[in-house]
Design a binder for this molecule. Sequence first.
Ligand code: DLL
Length: 446
Amino acid sequence: MSASTAAKASKTFMYDPNAETMPREALIALQTARLKQTLDRVYAKIPHYRRKFDAAGVGPADFNGLSDIVRFPFTLKTDLRDNYPFGMFAVPREQLLRVHASSGTTGKPTVVGYTKRDLDTWADLMARCFASAGALPGDIVHNAYGYGLFTGGLGAHYGAERLGCTVVPVSGGGTERQVMLIDDFKPSILCATPSYALNIAEVAQKMGSDLKRSSLKVGLFGAEPWSDAMRHDLQDRLGLQAVDIYGLSEIMGPGVACECHAVQSGLHGWEDHFLFETIDPETQQPLPMGATGELVITTLTKEAQPMIRYRTRDITRLSNEPCACGRTHIRIMRVTGRDDDMLIIRGVNVYPSQVEAVLIGFPGLAPHYQIILTREGALDMMTVEIEVAPGNALSDVERARKAKEVTHHIKSLIGVTCKVLVKAEGEVPRSQGKAVRVKDERNKAN
Ligand code: DLL
């Protein structure tokens, strides 16, 4: 490590350098011991796992090292649904201090629960994330993640407190008030989904508040896929360093992995608490390090609700190349989208975040977009709705010309043919939390 990198890295660790810079051999030994315990516990305490292991012909005794994990069956979101609401817990319900739930696309939500120790671990890991993003004790954290059943608000809240920050628990919505509070309280850290951060930036501009010159220094953005183009746009509008944070309720909530502010490339996955694998979503076979596929996570320390080989549906790749910040944990490279969000348009696979990367920074356009799917005959059609940049009223002819330019760019960069509609200012819906990027009208009666 060069002297300047070392200096940068040393500033980076405000939380738990020993856990984050553990040598690989020590990390493997810790993971192995913790996984062994986890397998014993789930087999003994959760009938669902016992049945699944028995059906697959494996048991905790078959685990003799990390590479044996591939012998164990996957856990899916449907397993949580089938055991709704409280059937996946390894402790009596009375020992849960909190539950969260994520809304499913159909029917019942997925319920997750935490013991006191789980909540402590979560706060510790979120504190690690804040520190890795560049937050310091004493910083003011403006937390615009939604509070409630969603894990974002409370997850960030207790992590920021654990690091010793002052939390402003503003939650999502009421965007003008958010801008006023940022102007008045002078937070240095902003927590929000990237799409909501963009909404805040836009409303601030309309209110005549220049957030670029505000107190904000770091944005902890996650809970939805976003592109590097969006990162640069947010950094530019908000005058901060936009850091990617990843997590999911089934595993814990936010804080499973986070970028470091020193390097901002790939999210450090906290391997002392989680085991990360990637698989080919089609064949379900494990992939080698560096290959792109579906992220699979096993929890190593969860007490209430351990997860064995949970299929996240998130598409990414892992990197074990050393990071200049000094952390030894594996990096989860930017999640490009979910396996189930992938669109197949005339035989071409497309993720909404790829479309985003083309649209953002396009001259004369605002970074708001939505993808509408329709069906024409047997073919799926994709229409991309985008918006003119503020104060840039275009004539119909100019809009059609702009639409053509964008169509051409999407075709040449992603390889998919789509329609583009350039709408007037304010016509594309704004996000208050997780943005709805795709509207599926394929089954809508004409
Ligand atoms: O979104 C937890 C969270 C809150 C993460 C705040 C980060 C910040 P769920 O509602 O269960 O939990 O949704 C989890 O969101 O499987 C991904 O598909 C997506 N996701 C989360 N973080 C990222 C990210 C929270 N940084 C699902 N990049 C995950 C891309 C993300 N997708």
